[in-house]
Ligand binder design. Structure first.
Ligand SMILES: Nc1ncnc2c1ncn2[C@@H]1O[C@H](COP(=O)(O)OP(=O)(O)O)[C@@H](O)[C@H]1O
Ligand SMILES: [Mg+2]
Length: 235
């Protein structure tokens, strides 16, 4: 579904990605793990068109999409939930969800999708008339993910959904991420510093160090790998 072929990306003179190649197949959860500053966010930004790669190729469903603006990518079915839960603080929960559907004209289906998300995240339904900014951190993350789902993405890019959340909330959120993948059949590229959890939910994983992919394998194999255990799993 998605293929990155030897992507380089830079911020001015700082080269953030070197020869990054990865693949996400339809229906998978693929995780990209790595330390702070490894280049995880930059990889997602490159895919979603916010940091255009200076070298390499990005293919979505077999066609080159490198250099397309973010809105065009949303239309193709690629949607990113950025790091740090960006919700519109002054808009209500329901209005935030509507913002996710702004490119859509199928009003009836939009309403049905909203109901479906309220079933997935009942707390959002309870709080639907409340401003987004008054939600807890975990609820805001749920709202940010839900807003992205309102675009009906075929590929959902999640940047550190667990950041700043209590362990129990993180676990709950990851259970829902699995549901989004299995029940809604959304393909997911999951960036996480919490490698432990990420490798529990993912099918496959890539390890990023200093802007380079240093390893990739099934999530199960990565969990058993002593180097990964030592560097990322605290075992
Ligand atoms: N806007 C920016 N301007 C300059 N350098 C940046 C910017 N964003 C990230 N970087 C640098 O790019 C590298 C990769 O960052 P990032 O992709 O955010 O890593 P991660 O998400 O894995 O923590 C880091 O060295 C970081 O300092
Ligand atoms: Mg990051």
């Amino acid at each position: 579904m998605l293929e990155l072929r030897a992507i380089d990306a830079a911020y001015g003179h700082i080269q953030a990605l070197r020869q990054v190649s990865l693949r996400v197949d339809r229906g998978e959860i693929v995780t990209l793990i790595g330390a702070n500053g490894a280049g995880k966010t930059t990889t997602l930004m490159a895919i979603s068109g916010l940091v255009p790669p200076c070298r390499g190729e990005i293919l979505f469903e077999g066609r080159p999409v490198g250099g397309l603006p973010p809105e065009a990518l949303v239309r193709l079915g690629i949607c990113q939930v950025p790091e740090g839960r960006h919700v519109f603080p002054d808009l209500t929960v329901a209005e935030n969800l509507d913002m996710g559907a702004f490119l859509r004209r199928d009003r009836r289906q939009v309403a049905a999708d909203r109901e479906h998300l309220y079933n997935l995240f009942p707390v959002l339904k309870q709080r639907r008339h409340q401003p987004g900014g008054t939600l807890s951190g975990g609820e805001q993350q749920m709202l940010a993910i839900s807003r992205a789902l309102m675009t009906r993405p075929r590929l959902l890019l999640l940047d550190e959904p667990s950041m700043g959340l209590a362990p129990l909330m993180t676990r709950h959120l990851f259970e829902i991420i699995i549901k989004i993948n299995k029940e809604q059949q959304r393909t997911i590229l999951l960036v996480e510093q919490n490698a432990n959890l990420a490798l529990q939910v993912a099918d496959r994983g890539y390890v990023l160090e200093n802007g380079r992919i240093v390893m990739h394998d099934t999530a199960a194999a990565l969990r058993r790998n002593p180097d990964i255990q030592k560097a990322y799993l605290g075992i």
